[in-house]
Design a protein around this ligand. Structure first.
Ligand code: LFR
Length: 516
């Protein structure tokens, strides 16, 4: 049998990981099915840093952690032989070296480079308040219909378009000095290779890329007062960017490993790894955000998609990700952070156990209310929401967590049904992937709410999708379909069947009244 080894970095809003992915193909007769295995070689926190009233990513720390990941991966899986000496950027797959590296991360955020190629300032976190009011202002200035028609992207207050407009309005010296904009994974790749590219799936989330032509919207950029030259022409996932620079190979004592632009938006990578078969399917990517939707071959740009605030983000292999952002486990993570700060030290598992003991359906929130977006005292805001809507005000940690879980599951039902309506399809169940599926209560509640089975797995979907695109670029996997079949065979999938259907149906009626 033959093994190909690649290294995937998956950066989330809370933590990052370096994952080794190995594809093993059967014996010469082809008797065995190809299988993928993944193993984590490095995990690190990604804590945003507040400074001078602003919220930033600690980008150089992330670069440092990525380097540690490369070093560790090389020690465990590479031979140390400089395989790339005779190849310039050609790819080589064998069992005793790391064939390539890919990076995916959350979307919309970016760094700006000056004319000498140096990074200008620390990238802003998408939850920074400098975009407050920008979405409304640009909506008036350009028109929401036009913005949607020319991008196909949902209106989220932190989209790159609003961040750039905020910089412009603040007369930011950064913008004046900037020559190139690089999205977060592209920026890290630039630090590793010296090469500047703009990967398509992540670029689509800026809300500045045309949904069909896949070109930058030069006219809108002009109207915003942002130079269109900042933007590099997008490249498709699977493009070989370059190889680790001499500076990096010397520092880490590793070979010149090629670097591939994967589906650099983490959600694009996760969708690529959904273990679906031939039929139309729906997915729910569960991390800090919940992303629920389907895969389509053409963007859905009609008025209904605009009204329901759906998005058509760029996918792997020429697909579109028709989906909607849902506030997601952020509500739980941020509540926990708040409780931790005030001296409580319960783990997620303990919090979920308390929620299980709490009384069902005492109060519900609209998880997507803008009030829950900025960091801070989420439990307090949940109480305020319940008070304002005349409901029972949850008091204990268990009650608050129960309220979050039930409200999320009911939101999933609504978004699933809207996805079906927009895509003109129906789905017999829902694929759930990502770290959030470790929360079994959420998976069960989701199945209950939608009244259909949930198929949960794999957990490391983003990293696996990242691995798949590298393997496609290396010529080891033919296409997305083949990749998904391998994922289906390689990772366990847990099935949940709906329970307590009548209670959940009634709760959904109350939920709809609340959010309409
Ligand atoms: C998920 C995600 C979402 C994007 C949000 C902000 O990690 O990438 O797809 O809307 O983060 O970038």
């Amino acid at each position: 049998s033959r093994t190909t080894t690649v290294l995937a970095f998956d950066l989330g809003a809370g933590s990052g990981r370096a994952v080794i992915g190995r594809l093993t193909k059967g014996n010469e007769t082809g008797a065995e099915r190809p299988l993928i295995s993944v193993s984590e070689v490095h995990r690190f926190p990604n804590d945003p840093v507040q400074a001078g009233g602003r919220l930033h990513w600690d980008i150089l720390r992330l670069l440092h952690e990525i380097k540690q990941g490369i070093r560790k991966a090389q020690l465990q899986y590479g031979t140390g032989s400089p395989i790339a000496e005779e190849v310039t950027v050609s790819l080589q797959a064998d069992s005793t070296s790391i064939a390539s590296i890919g990076i995916d991360s959350w979307a919309v955020d970016f760094g700006l480079l000056d004319k000498n190629g140096e990074l200008l300032g620390n990238p802003y976190h998408y939850r920074d308040r400098h975009t407050d009011g920008m979405i409304e202002e640009l909506g008036e200035l350009l028109g929401r219909e036009r913005i949607f028609a020319e991008s196909g992207i949902q209106f989220l207050p932190f989209n790159t378009i609003y961040q750039l407009y905020a910089l412009k309005k603040a007369d930011s010296p950064l913008l004046k000095q900037a020559e190139t904009l690089l999205m977060i994974p592209d920026l890290l790749i630039y630090f590793l290779t010296g090469e500047k590219v703009c990967e398509f799936t992540n670029a689509s989330t800026t809300q500045l890329l045309h949904p069909v032509r896949k070109e930058w919207n030069a006219q809108t950029l002009k109207e915003l007062g942002v130079p269109a030259e900042l933007m590099l022409p997008p490249v498709q996932p699977g493009t070989v960017v370059g190889k680790l620079s001499p500076e990096v190979t010397d520092e880490l004592d590793v070979p010149e490993i090629p670097v591939i632009a994967v589906g650099e938006h983490d959600t694009a990578s996760a969708v690529a790894a959904v273990p679906a078969g031939g039929e139309p399917f729906a997915y729910l990517i569960c991390g800090t955000w919940s992303l629920l939707g389907t895969e389509v071959s053409e963007p859905v740009l009609g008025p209904q998609a605009l009204e329901w605030n759906f998005t058509n983000e760029g996918g792997v292999g020429g697909t579109y990700r028709l989906l909607r952002n849902i506030m997601g486990l952020w509500l739980l993570q941020e509540s926990k952070r708040h409780w931790d700060n005030s001296g409580s030290s319960r783990s997620f598992e303990e919090l979920v156990r308390l929620a299980e003991q709490a009384e069902p359906f005492r109060c519900l929130i609209n998880p997507d209310d803008d009030m829950f977006l900025p960091p801070g005292d989420i439990p307090e805001r949940i109480q305020a929401f319940c008070r304002q809507t005349g409901q029972y005000v949850p008091q204990t940690e268990g009650e608050i967590v129960r309220c979050i879980m039930e409200s999320l599951a009911l939101t999933y039902r609504r978004v699933l049904e809207r996805t079906e309506s927009l895509a003109g399809a129906s789905y017999s169940g829902l694929h759930m992937v990502g770290g959030g599926i470790n929360n079994k209560m959420l998976c069960q509640f989701t199945s209950n709410a939608i009244g259909r089975p949930v198929w949960a797995g794999p957990v490391e979907a983003s990293a696996i999708g990242n691995v798949l695109v590298q393997l496609m670029a290396l010529g080891e996997i033919a296409n997305l379909q083949e990749g998904r079949a391998i994922v289906r065979n390689s990772f366990p999938i847990e099935e949940y069947e709906p329970k307590q259907s009548e209670e959940w149906r009634q709760a959904y009626v109350s939920f709809l009244k609340l959010v309409q």
